[in-house]
Design a protein around this ligand. Structure first.
Ligand SMILES: CCCCCCCCCCCCCCCCCCCCCCCC(=O)SCCNC(=O)CCNC(=O)[C@H](O)C(C)(C)COP(=O)(O)OP(=O)(O)OC[C@H]1O[C@@H](n2cnc3c(N)ncnc32)[C@H](O)[C@@H]1OP(=O)(O)O
Ligand SMILES: NC(=O)C1=CN([C@@H]2O[C@H](COP(=O)(O)OP(=O)(O)OC[C@H]3O[C@@H](n4cnc5c(N)ncnc54)[C@H](OP(=O)(O)O)[C@@H]3O)[C@@H](O)[C@H]2O)C=CC1
Length: 515
């Protein structure tokens, strides 16, 4: 019997960010392992023309929840979507809903955040700091609350090289930042943003660090824990391998490589690719929820959910395996053949960006114009290059995260819990994981049919022929132009032609002699 699964039985659980990548995997696991839980409250906002109910319906009817429906057929009744916007005061939750949340909630998992690297500081502070503060205030009014689990990121202190499971304070107090966002105008915020974020690369990592400080400062009598995952990737094992449904982190680049848009990337092949599968993060999160509520540690514990120090993989190995998988299982309608390389300095990066990214896009757009269609490739390529520049910081450095608390927790679990809520990243086989990740991208994110693989391979063969044809034509044109302008080129050309002629004459003569 799993103690953790048992613990969540009969409980009322509040999840923020349940419609996000991690939130969905968390909900799925909770319903699957503790189908007797009382209710999961999720704070949801209407989005993209969909009502709350439509959003929930879409999630529950997705492939991810197929197994849940077998073990928890009444899952629709156990999920209670509450209209909320974390950007608003009191989250714009109705009085009635607020009363229900305050009265019944046993556990909170706070996953909601803006994960955009380029978000305006005001918005990033609102969601990643102020909303966390408000949620803690709400939590302090919940008589039945047993644990509050805050999801942060291992990169909240990416300005350091070695990171321990402790909170590192930022120079300016979060409360001062929250207050100043109320009255400073956008122009001034833009001006002070680089000074505030200091040696962090973006507003995301900075505001997640502030969020942790808020958790520490507002803890009061609450039972709190912070989880710091590194780069969350597709699922490893559960509910099935390779599930992923957004383009964040490496996923978007895997798509771009498979479709042939991404041909070179500025990365350090030997730098540690600190990926962590979503199901490992979720298993640790649920184990931490149980441990925090039941064992009530004296202080707020921080858990690193990382892979680098226990089972390291590097970007070089990952890149090679991604491309090897696309050889076997290509994506449909690729722009070019999946073939990419790492560059290591600014000059080569600029060169390959011009030759492998911009030039083919311009040529393709020219072709689209000629055939009466709207050009789009240059725009798409510019966006990809912008994304690459945002991610570069993370693929050219390595960090060391200590994992004492995470390992301590593992040792406290029963063998059954270690199996059901496995977060031991040492058991992960990277090559197998990356292959399943790439397959998952094809199946679950791009929704491509496996039956289309022969046609995709045929398409790649056509692209290869076009490539050879194009290169031959380019060579001949260049050579013809050179011959027209340079005496040296003409001499070389005559030398080659006369050499070939003599060789052929000799060959013909010697074969005649033999006869
Ligand atoms: C030897 C062989 C070598 C071969 C190599 C080839 C194989 C390639 C595989 C290996 C690649 C390794 C890459 C690793 C990348 C590591 C990332 C590390 C990140 C760590 C951060 C810490 C983790 C966290 O805590 S938070 C979660 C991470 N958050 C994010 O990832 C968000 C990042 N995204 C953003 O901030 C924005 O999207 C931004 C700023 C990048 C772009 O914003 P913009 O306003 O321009 O547009 P969007 O509307 O957001 O999107 C535009 C466009 O871009 C697509 N896109 C978005 N994200 C990505 C992405 N990660 N990769 C690729 N493409 C992306 C998006 O789909 C849109 O496309 P459209 O066609 O326009 O719809
Ligand atoms: N993905 C990763 O690589 C990593 C993620 N993390 C952390 O994990 C957590 C979850 O990340 P992930 O699932 O990837 O992120 P997603 O972007 O997929 O999900 C974010 C969630 O927050 C919700 N949200 C955002 N703004 C609001 C708002 N104003 N009101 C209500 N809800 C809102 C989103 O709702 P909606 O659907 O309406 O937009 C969504 O459910 C975050 O705290 C992140 O910092 C940490 C390390 C790595």
């Amino acid at each position: 019997m799993s103690m953790i699964a048992d613990f969540y039985g009969g409980k009322s659980i509040l999840i923020t960010g349940a419609t996000g990548f991690l939130g969905k995997v968390l909900m799925e696991k909770l319903f699957r392992t503790s189908p007797d839980l009382r209710v999961i409250y999720i704070l949801v906002r209407p989005k993209a023309g969909q009502t709350l109910q439509q959003r929930v319906f879409q999630i529950l009817n997705s492939k991810l929840f197929e197994k849940v429906k077998e073990v928890c057929p009444n899952v629709h009744e156990k999920i209670r979507a509450i209209s909320a916007d974390l950007n608003q005061n009191d989250f714009a939750i109705s009085m009635q809903d607020m009363q229900e949340l305050l009265s019944y909630t046993d556990i909170i998992f706070h996953c909601a955040a803006t994960v955009r690297f380029d978000d305006h500081l005001r918005h990033a502070v609102q969601l990643n700091v102020t909303a966390t503060q408000q949620l803690l205030l709400m939590a302090s009014q919940m008589p039945n609350l047993k644990a509050f689990i805050h999801i942060s990121t291992a990169f909240s202190n990416c300005n350091l090289k070695h990171i321990d499971e402790v909170i590192y304070p930022c120079p300016v107090e979060p409360k001062k930042i929250i207050d100043s966002m109320e009255w400073l105008d956008d122009a001034i915020i833009d001006e002070i943003t680089p000074k505030l974020i200091g040696d962090r690369p973006n507003t995301y990592t900075y505001t997640k660090a502030l969020g942790e400080m808020v958790v520490q400062q507002e803890s009061g009598k609450l039972n709190l824990a912070i989880i710091r995952p590194s780069i969350v990737g597709a699922t490893w094992q559960e509910p099935f391998p390779g599930w992923v449904d957004n383009v964040n982190g490496p996923t978007g680049l895997i798509v771009a490589a498979g479709k042939g848009f991404l041909r070179s990337i500025r990365a350090t092949p030997m730098a540690v690719a600190d990926l962590i599968p979503a199901d490992i993060v979720v298993n640790l999160t649920l184990a931490v929820g149980w441990y925090t509520a039941v064992h009530r540690p004296k202080s707020t514990l921080i858990y690193h959910c990382t892979s680098g120090n226990l089972n390291p993989c590097n970007w070089g190995k990952m890149g090679i395996q991604v491309l090897a998988t696309f050889e076997k299982i290509p994506l449909e309608r690729a722009f070019r053949r999946p073939k990419a390389d790492f560059t290591t300095n600014n000059v080569t990066t600029q060169y390959w960006n011009a030759v492998s990214h911009r030039a083919p896009a311009i040529i393709y757009d020219f072709y689209l114009r000629l055939t009466g269609r709207k050009p789009r490739m240059t725009k798409l390529m510019n966006r990809l290059l912008r994304t690459l520049s945002m991610l570069e910081y993370f693929i050219n450095r390595s960090w060391e995260w200590s994992t004492y608390n995470t390992e301590m927790l593992m040792s406290k679990l029963s063998p059954e819990d270690q199996r059901v809520f496995n977060f031991d990243v040492r058991q992960l086989n990277w090559l197998e994981y990356i292959e399943n990740y790439v397959l998952g991208v094809k199946k679950y994110l791009l929704k491509e049919d496996m039956a289309g693989i022969p046609e995709a391979k045929q398409h790649l063969k056509r692209l290869r022929n076009i490539h050879y044809l194009f290169n031959t034509a380019l060579f001949l044109i260049a050579w013809r132009l050179l011959i027209a302008r340079s005496q040296v080129a003409r001499n070389v050309w005559f030398f080659i032609v006369s050499f070939c002629y003599k060789f052929l004459s000799y060959f013909r003569a010697s074969s005649t002699l033999k006869v």
